[in-house]
Design a protein around this ligand. Structure first.
Ligand code: DUC
Ligand code: ZN
Ligand code: ZN
Length: 472
């Protein structure tokens, strides 16, 4: 019987190896890898391209409810389409529990939004904002058992912030049930103090978003989160780390043998605080939290990636339009306090790391695959079904043109946001063909299957809970 798909002359890189072979796919899985395979029902010649596991973006926000009159630009359809064009085959958005609501209510709504609308596979993290005893004692254990094996908690934001006591309650429940806790580490009171003081001094332009959340705010919260995790003896993932001091807090904890993990994102490698200082309201396009820092902190984030302090590199795609329903809402023009925090990046994450990392010699292609795919799968309970190219794994495969030179332009992107913070950035290398479970979705840069056949993925518990191996 012919393979459904054969990729000939694949120049494969996984997180650990490089080799050349033909790849045979049947029923959505990789079933053969050999020096020569016969043609399949469909055959692609990958000569001259790189063949990589599909990107897994384990930190994106899609269709997330927010304050009144503020709309997240991407839902599941546009967000997953942009993800596919950016070389991703799985994305992991956050299902947000509003205070006073149950996790199950939130999940029912969120599944309703995703159902039938996804171009790539999806799986949800939970955001726990109301950790009642019923939520932690009853709902969470059942949901972890059902495959929702990770949750995020916030140390800031009026609607989301947890007290230290609540953080510890969540961590203890996570330990009990085997969930991985993701932490937004910025301190609520320190930020409120600084925002109030800046506003009193009439320092309200977008630029002041940075000074309202300085490095010490993130370092202090990172240190506190690590301490709480140490006391409750639970592994945690510190997400969107922006600077040296927070990175070194994580590195020190790892040196002490604690299971503390870290994530950084493109904005902390290629944007700086100067971007928020652009004329008029342009700076609002770069307002995200934590904020972009200085080139010295960019360097530290690279060190975090190359030293293995950070296991995952995610987009933190959190798209708000540069318009009245987003960055330029009327209050946002009054003060940075009201500018929604977040920037788009689901389509540009992989090309930016490939170009700035692999092409500029900072990381090798194996580490690139680890940071953008394999480690996400291991961290969030999808490995080895996802995150590698191996017999029995889902045929989530992306073909890259490693030499193509491009300038990132909003007009070429597929998200529903109206700008990209990376406008004008020149990159070398771009994913050209995206294959999800053996189905070619994008071929040579063209959408060839608009069927929205992305599936919801139930997940195992994180491999990080049981293994002391921090991954490369
Ligand atoms: N945290 C995120 O993870 N994304 C955007 C904004 C935020 O605070
Ligand atoms: Zn966050
Ligand atoms: Zn985020």
């Amino acid at each position: 019987m012919a393979f459904e798909l054969v990729i000939k002359n694949a120049n494969v890189a996984t997180a650990s190896d490089r080799f050349c072979c033909d790849i045979g796919v049947s029923a959505g899985k990789v079933v053969a890898m050999a020096s020569s395979l016969p043609a399949g029902e469909k055959t692609i010649d990958a000569k001259g391209l790189l063949t990589l596991p599909g990107g897994i973006d384990s930190h994106v926000h899609l269709e997330q409810p927010g304050p009144p009159h503020i709309v997240m630009a991407d839902g599941f359809e546009s967000g997953t389409l942009a993800a596919a064009f950016g070389g991703n085959t799985t994305v992991m958005p956050f299902c947000l529990q509003r205070k006073g609501h149950t996790l199950r209510q939130a999940l029912s709504d969120y599944h309703g939004a995703a159902e039938g609308n996804c171009h790539v596979d999806v799986s949800f993290h939970l955001i726990v904002s109301d950790p009642t005893s019923a939520v932690l004692g009853q709902e969470l254990p059942a949901l972890v058992e059902a495959g929702y094996t990770s949750l995020k908690v916030f140390m800031t934001y009026d609607d989301l912030v947890l007290t230290d006591r609540q953080m510890m309650e969540v961590m203890a429940a996570a330990k009990e049930t085997g969930a991985l806790v993701m932490i937004h580490a910025e301190g609520y009171d320190t930020i409120r103090f600084l925002v109030d003081r800046l506003e009193r001094a009439e320092k309200t332009r977008p630029f002041y978003h940075g000074p309202s959340r300085p490095v010490a705010v993130e370092r202090e919260a990172t240190h506190r989160a690590i301490s709480l995790a140490e006391i409750t003896e639970v592994p945690i993932m510190i997400v969107h780390v922006s600077n040296r001091e927070a990175m070194e807090e994580i590195a020190r904890a790892q040196d002490r043998g604690l299971k503390i993990f870290g994530e950084t994102c493109p904005q902390y490698l290629v944007l700086t605080e100067a971007d928020m200082d652009r004329e008029q309201m342009e700076g609002a396009k770069y307002v995200c939290s934590p904020p972009p820092r200085t080139s010295e902190h960019q360097q530290a984030c690279w060190e975090g990636l190359t030293r293995g302090v950070f296991q995952v590199f995610s987009s933190d795609h959190c798209p708000y339009r540069f318009a009245e329903d987003g960055k330029l809402n009327s209050r946002g023009k009054e003060s940075f306090r009201w500018i929604p925090n977040g920037i788009p990046g689901i389509e540009t994450r992989l090309p930016i790391l490939f170009s700035e990392g692999v092409k500029k010699g900072r990381i090798d292609v194996n580490r690139f695959v680890a940071l953008t795919s394999t480690n996400h799968a291991k961290t969030y309970g999808l490995y080895p079904r996802k995150g590698t190219i191996a017999i029995g794994s889902d045929a989530d495969i992306v073909l890259w043109d490693p030499e193509i030179r491009k300038t990132i332009r909003q007009s070429d992107l597929h998200h529903n946001c109206d700008y990209t913070p990376y406008e004008g950035l020149q990159v070398t290398g771009w994913p050209v063909t995206t294959i999800v479970r053996g189905k070619v979705i994008i071929e040579d840069g063209v959408l060839v299957d608009a069927g929205k056949n992305g599936q919801y993925l139930e997940r195992d518990r994180s491999a990080l809970l049981s293994s002391a191996d921090l991954m490369r």
